[in-house]
Design a protein around this ligand. Structure first.
Ligand code: IMP
Length: 178
């Protein structure tokens, strides 16, 4: 599909499945170089990360715990800037190395909120890996350490990312038609 319509908006193909999968494999390799043999916990930020984590884990061969947090700041195609903590972390992460896995870092407000939450839990270290990063929208304090794709400041859907609840099932990533 070269374009899709979701609710009232049109989107055009931007990143194809094969390209996404290759980049994820490369990211898994980088994380393996750094974390193999360490006491590490991956923390996925729901909902958008579920496909990313599932594919990333196929290439992780060392022992790692995976946990999920649910945060939300989006209404429609714009970030509200206010984060709500919808589902809290349930594992003991004190003194452990944490890797946050994000589907996308946009304004960075979600990440700032999350960093504070994790630092309060006295973790040994925190790094962030994001599938997508919008440098032109970023206004936060913490940049992701690992990024699969830097993308322009345009709304995207697919591969776990939604527009008002829909589009997560798409295997490719689509960009809003400007
Ligand atoms: P931030 O707090 O502005 O960095 O936004 C982070 C969250 O907003 C992400 O985890 C996504 O859930 C959502 N988000 C940001 N940009 C997009 C986009 O282009 N498409 C879909 N969701 C997005």
């Amino acid at each position: 599909m070269s374009s899709v319509t979701i609710h009232d908006k049109d989107f055009v193909i931007y990143l194809e499945e094969e390209k996404i999968q290759k980049a994820i494999e490369e990211l898994a390799y980088q994380l393996t170089q750094k974390y193999e043999g360490k006491d590490v916990v991956f923390i996925g930020v729901l909902n958008g990360c579920f496909r990313f984590i599932s594919d990333l884990m196929k290439h992780i061969e060392f022992d790692v715990e995976v946990n999920f947090l649910k945060l939300s700041s989006y209404r429609g195609t714009a970030s509200t800037g206010k984060i709500s903590d919808l589902l809290s972390l349930n594992s003991d992460i004190k003194g452990r190395q944490v890797v946050v896995l994000e589907d996308i870092v946009d304004t960075g407000h979600t990440l700032d909120y999350l960093m504070k939450l994790l630092k309060d839990k006295e973790v040994a270290s925190i790094e962030v890996a994001s599938l997508l990063y919008k440098p032109d929208a970023f206004a936060g304090k913490t940049k992701p350490n690992y990024v699969a794709f830097n993308i322009p400041n345009l709304f995207v859907v697919g591969y776990g990312l939604d527009y008002d609840g829909l589009g997560r099932n798409l295997n490719d990533i689509y960009q809003i038609r400007s």
